[in-house]
Design a protein around this ligand. Structure first.
Ligand code: PLP
Length: 397
């Protein structure tokens, strides 16, 4: 078929692909432990579902404004004010069909062919392909577990060129679970000001943060970069609403207007029911989030403790999100029954085939010495999975 060069330049999301393979094996009756899951295993809270149901019954089932209803925008504006002490107006907010769609529309709005975007590895899989689809060039800066995945000024300065248009940050991070410190955010602010580049801050895991730590927004460091900052967030992870598909962006009204133009010619608006449900999620009781995060914290402690006991694995304790990203480099070049494990992908396939556990190879995130495990699953399942992981790794010689 005559597929466009644009589509040929990107790949399918590897995390979604592996997750569907794991689901398929499970459906065939194979006892798979799936550590690939990128969504909370809790149900969407009842108050949210009830509000959506009553909206359907009340006939709220028609097209909505392209950038979102006043109700959802007010809920988002209040969220920014209450949680982050940042003030936005309605024309500085746009909702999209998930945070992924928000990020897609941001890059479509700001990138010209050949513009460069700085991405820190390990990165969320979709950044690279979304940038490429917009005609941009991802410029990757590696960070390593040896250094707690910290960023530094010199590494960034070295990568800045006259084509640098933006930096994207994600804290807490998928896949590492790390959060940026005030010092790191100050570096980003300094670079943004010095070179007049955009900062896209993907805050989707903002509320999933542990040890009583408080999320720091890039704009809490310096509000002077507000015009060049695009904050992305959504309801998927915080309210266990991945299927409802609602993300939002806050930023300069001109960028929001550009994103609105794209949406007006592509998706029109977010589903009216999802808008209602998300308005309730953002403005209703937040009790559920507290319980979910407490549960995730227990699991984080458990999986971290158990992984750390496995000889040959080294692992940083995640500060947020629901992923751990252990270093598995000690198992590369080992063999099982004469078959050599050449890389993280071989290791992930080996774990799926011999131990029935699905993990995501770190190379999907630009870090091939790692694998990613999601702990968005119960402690008994994590316990069984780690037992299998340990036995399978011990068989490698
Ligand atoms: C870092 C990061 N950003 C954005 C998203 C997209 O979330 P949404 O479901 O709102 O599209 C995800 C989902 O996995 C994510 O991990």
């Amino acid at each position: 078929m005559n597929i466009s060069e644009r589509v040929k330049s990107i790949k399918e999301s590897p995390t979604l692909a592996i997750n569907s393979k794991a689901k398929e094996l499970k459906q065939r009756g194979i006892d798979i432990i799936n550590f690939c899951i990128g969504e909370p295993d809790f149900d969407t809270p009842k108050n949210i579902k009830d509000y959506a149901i009553s909206s359907i019954k009340n006939g709220f089932t028609k097209y909505c404004p392209v950038t979102g209803t006043s109700e959802i925008k007010k809920a988002i504006i209040n969220k920014f004010k209450k949680d982050n002490s940042i003030l936005y107006k309605e024309n500085e907010i746009i909702i999209s069909n998930g945070a992924k769609h928000s990020i897609y529309n941001i890059f479509q709005s700001i990138i010209n062919v050949g513009d460069e975007v700085i991405v820190f590895a390990p990165y969320w899989v979709s950044y690279i392909d979304i940038i490429v689809l917009s005609g941009g060039i991802p410029v990757i800066i590696e960070t390593t577990d040896k250094n707690n995945f910290k960023i530094n000024n010199d590494d960034i300065e070295k990568k800045i060129t006259k084509n640098t248009k933006a930096i994207i940050i994600n804290s807490p991070s998928n896949p590492t679970g790390m959060t940026y410190s005030t010092e790191e955010l100050k570096i980003i602010v300094k670079i943004c000001k010095k070179y007049n580049i955009f900062v896209i801050s993907d805050d989707i895991y903002e509320r999933i943060i542990y040890d009583n730590n408080k999320f720091i927004s890039i704009l809490n460091i310096d509000q002077n970069i507000k015009d060049k900052t695009l904050i992305v967030n959504g309801v998927s992870k915080t309210y266990s609403m991945t299927g409802w598909r609602l993300g939002y962006t806050a930023g300069h009204r001109d960028i929001i207007a550009a994103m609105a133009k794209i949406q007006s010619q592509s998706t029109t608006c977010v589903s009216s029911i999802s808008i209602k449900a998300s308005s309730e999620a953002l403005s209703g009781t937040q009790e559920y989030v507290k319980h979910m995060v407490q549960e995730f914290e227990k699991r984080r402690n458990y999986i971290f403790k158990e992984l750390s006991k496995i000889s040959g694995i080294s692992c940083k304790k995640p500060n947020g999100s629901f992923y751990v990203f252990p270093n598995i480099v000690n198992f590369i070049n080992k063999s099982f029954n004469g078959n050599k494990i050449k890389n993280d992908i071989d290791l992930s396939n080996y774990l799926l085939d011999t131990a029935n556990i699905a993990v995501i190879p770190g190379s999907a995130f630009g870090a091939n010495k790692h694998i990613r495990l999601s702990f968005a699953t119960s402690i008994p399942i994590i316990s069984e999975g780690i037992k299998r992981l340990k036995s399978a790794l011990m068989l490698l010689k």
